[in-house]
Design a protein around this ligand. Structure first.
Ligand SMILES: [Zn+2]
Ligand SMILES: [Zn+2]
Length: 342
């Protein structure tokens, strides 16, 4: 089978590899479409060392079941499926309480095992979800990133009419915006910097009411002026000291910021503000199985405008070009999809 093997840095090679063997509980998926995640990009540009080359990346994918193991249930050869790439152990305390996404022994397809930038990938049969007929393989590859936004909006506990701020118009910020809108948010603000103009314009199409370029205007002053004492919730999708502090300063007293951005490890915050304003900083990671199913439902129902977000598609042979396009945000690239097989 054809696979895009990543050798570190910007080095991809298209190679002929042996088709993966499957265990009794697994299914073999012929990958149709796989999206490039921000976390894959961080390996490519060297900003994260989590992925170890040589590796076949790719965890946002859809395809057709081509083989099933003897003990695999729920899927059959020929089924069109999307795969939840988080493999949880099922027995640790978070798993036992429905929080598979923060499993103590969590493994991700395309990080800990070979991923979807290859014609075939072996996955647990239980991780395959059948696609409704009206959901294309392209749309299905967007289930994973949409579920990240749904999880963040869920953590924010949005109520009808809440004023919400999204910091950062990257893929997570934009899918959080979409989910916040679905959850009934009132006024939605989104902030970005120079170079984000295209993404902020897209945010408007997705339902943002106010876009703020933080290089031109103080976002905290603007939000305090346009809300009653601050935002009801802030979804922080950048992860820098400055943006996390901004999130705290924009909030109404007694409210929470959801910290989903991942950049700086050690930050300083104003702990007096935290305490006397009873502000909460809630970490946020990935998505639960429930979020994943909801994302598929929203796409199937036509409520998640995934076509606006999936800006580019490249064939597997041009995967390096796909990564470079995302890296340079060329042509306002937001989500780059790889068409793995026809
Ligand atoms: Zn992802
Ligand atoms: Zn677990």
């Amino acid at each position: 089978m054809k696979a895009a093997v990543w050798y570190g840095g910007k080095d991809f090679k298209i190679e002929e590899l042996k088709e993966p063997e499957i265990s009794e509980e697994q299914a073999l998926i012929q990958v149709k479409v796989a999206g490039i995640c921000g976390s894959d990009l961080h390996a490519y540009d060297g900003s994260s060392k989590r992925r170890k080359p040589p590796l076949v990346m790719g965890h946002e994918f859809s395809g057709i079941v081509s083989k099933v193991g003897a003990k695999a249930t729920g899927v059959a050869v020929g089924d069109r499926v999307v795969v939840n790439p988080i493999i949880a152990c099922g027995v640790c305390e978070p798993c036992r309480t429905g929080k598979n996404h923060i499993c103590e022994n969590m493994r991700l397809i395309g990080l800990h095992s070979s991923g979807a930038f290859a014609e075939y990938v072996a996955v647990p049969a239980a991780s395959c979800i059948k696609l409704p007929d009206n959901v294309s393989f392209e749309d299905a590859s967007m289930v994973e990133p949409i579920s990240v936004g749904i999880h963040a909006a869920g953590r924010a506990g949005i109520k009808i009419g809440d004023n919400i701020v999204i910091i950062g118009p990257g893929m997570i910020g934009l899918t959080s915006l979409m989910a916040a809108k679905m959850a009934g948010a009132g006024k939605i603000f989104i902030t970005g910097a120079n170079g984000d103009e295209g993404r902020l314009a897209l945010a408007k199409k997705l339902g943002a009411d106010v876009t703020i370029n933080v290089m031109q205007e103080d976002p905290v002053a603007r939000i305090l002026a346009e809300t009653k004492g601050g935002a009801d919730s802030v979804i922080e999708a950048v992860g820098l000291q400055r943006t996390i502090q901004q999130a705290m300063s924009m909030l109404r007293r007694g409210k929470n910021a959801i910290v989903v951005g991942l950049m700086q490890t050690d930050i300083t915050i104003n702990a007096i503000d935290l305490t006397v304003k009873e502000i909460g900083l809630l970490g946020d990671y990935g998505y639960t199985k429930d979020d994943f199913m909801r994302a598929l439902e929203m796409i199937a129902a036509g409520r998640a405008n995934v076509k606006l977000l999936a800006t580019h598609t490249f064939p597997l042979e041009e995967i390096a070009k796909g990564f470079e396009t995302l890296s340079t945000k060329e042509g306002n690239a937001i989500k780059v999809l790889i068409k793995v097989s026809k």
